[in-house]
Design a protein around this ligand. Structure first.
Ligand SMILES: C[S@@+](CC[C@H](N)C(=O)[O-])C[C@H]1O[C@@H](n2cnc3c(N)ncnc32)[C@H](O)[C@@H]1O
Length: 315
C-alpha cells in the first residue's frame, strides 16, 4: 500500500493498493499545497479500499486479494536516484503514522455508502457469499504463497469455481502454470475418486515446493516443466489455462487437448458489460475470440465485482 503526495501541479494525495489480484489507485483531488497541515490515510478493509483526507473519505470496491510484500516499510521520499523528481524535492513537510489492524470478519447488516464514511465505520465486505474457511490443502498453498511473496495465486472466488467444476469431472484434469499451488489445491479439493490432476510449473524451485505440498495426494502430479510437457497427458476433462503463453495464443492447441464435453477455464478477466468486450479502452480480442469460437460454448462468469473467469466447454 502506498500513500503519496501527487506532483506539485496537482497538489493532491494518491493511495495505491496492490494485492495478489491487481492494483488500484485512488486520487483525492483536493489541494493540500496550501500552507496548512493535512491528515491523510490510505486503507483497506476486506473488499473496500479508501483514502481519507482531513476526515473525509473516498472509497472504492476492490478486492485486492492478498497483500504480501518482502519490501521494508518505507517512510518519506525515495532517494534522489530513483522515482520521479517531485518525490525528492524536499518541499513538503510531513509526519507519518503507520497503523495496521485486522478488522473483525463480520459482514455489515447493510452495505455502507460507497462515497463517504470513515475507515473505522465500515466492516469487512466479502466479495461474494462464501464461508471464510478454505480446505486444508488450499490453506497450505496460501501459506506457501505468503512465504514466497507470490502475488499471482488465484483468488478464493475463482478457486471455489475450480473446485465446483472439478467435482463434475472424471478423467484427467490439468493446469498450465502451477504457481504456489493454490489453483491446484482448489481443484484437488473437488477431485472425484476416478479423476487425477496434472499441473506444470516452469520455475523449478517453485515446482519443487509445490511437489512437497502435494506429496500426500496420490491423485495429483506436479511437473517442473513447461506447460507443453502436459500435452502427453491429454485429452483433458478440464484444463485450467493459467500461464501467459498458452492463454494468449493457444486456442487452437487447447481445442485439440480437451475432450468433447471437457472444460477450459481462463482466469483474471475484468468484468465488462459491453459487446464487444472492452478492457483498458481497447477491444478485448482474447475474450471476444473465446466467446465466439464455434468449437466451444463459452460463458464469462463474474465471480466477484472486479473479477471474471471464462469457462468454455468443448463441443
Ligand atoms: C498466474 S500464475 C499461476 C497461478 C496458479 N495457477 C494459481 O491458480 O494459483 C502463472 C504461473 O505460470 C508459470 N509459468 C510461466 N510460463 C510458464 C510455462 N511456459 N510453463 C509452465 N508454467 C509457466 C509462472 O512461473 C507462474 O508461476
Amino acid at each position: 500500500m502506498k500513500l503519496q503526495l501527487a506532483p506539485a501541479n496537482e497538489s493532491s494525495v494518491n493511495c495505491t493498493v496492490r494485492g495478489s489480484s491487481e492494483e488500484r489507485l485512488l486520487r483525492w483531488g483536493v489541494n493540500v499545497d496550501d500552507g496548512k497541515w493535512h491528515a491523510a490515510s490510505c486503507w483497506r478493509e476486506g473488499a473496500r479500499i479508501g483514502l481519507t483526507v482531513d476526515g473525509t473519505t473516498r472509497t472504492g470496491t476492490f478486492d485486492a486479494g492478498m497483500i504480501v510484500s518482502r519490501e521494508p516499510v518505507r517512510v518519506g521520499n525515495k532517494s534522489s536516484s530513483t522515482g520521479a523528481l517531485h518525490q525528492h524535492l524536499g518541499a513538503n513537510d510531513c509526519s507519518v503514522y503507520l497503523s495496521v489492524r485486522t478488522p473483525e470478519p463480520t459482514p455489515p447488516a447493510s452495505p455502507p455508502a460507497e462515497s463517504s464514511g470513515t475507515p473505522g465505520a465500515c466492516a469487512t465486505i466479502p466479495a461474494v457469499s462464501m464461508p471464510p474457511d478454505v480446505p486444508p490443502i488450499v490453506a497450505r498453498s496460501l501459506d506457501l504463497s505468503r512465504r514466497e511473496g507470490f502475488l499471482r495465486s488465484c483468488r478464493h472466488e475463482t478457486g471455489r469455481l475450480l473446485a465446483t467444476l472439478a467435482a463434475s469431472r472424471d478423467g484427467t484434469l490439468a493446469e498450465f502454470g502451477t504457481g504456489c499451488g493454490v489453483g491446484s489445491a482448489w481443484l484437488t479439493s473437488g477431485l472425484r475418486t476416478r479423476a487425477r490432476l496434472v499441473t506444470a510449473e516452469l520455475d523449478t524451485a517453485m515446482a519443487g515446493k509445490v511437489q512437497e505440498l502435494f506429496a500426500d495426494e496420490p491423485q495429483v502430479e506436479v511437473l517442473a516443466a513447461d506447460w507443453s510437457a502436459l500435452t502427453t497427458y491429454a485429452p483433458f476433462s478440464l484444463l485450467f489455462v493459467d500461464s501467459t503463453e498458452p492463454k494468449q495464443g493457444g486456442r487452437d492447441l487447447v481445442a485439440d487437448l480437451v475432450d468433447s464435453g471437457g472444460m477450459v477455464v481462463l482466469d483474471d478477466f475484468t468484468p465488462c458489460t459491453t459487446w464487444p468486450p472492452v478492457y483498458a479502452g481497447r477491444i478485448d480480442t482474447l475474450r471476444e475470440q473465446w466467446l465466439t469460437d464455434p468449437r466451444f460454448t463459452t460463458v464469462d462468469v463474474m465471480v466477484a465485482q472486479d473479477a471474471s473467469v471464462l469457462v468454455a466447454t468443448r463441443r
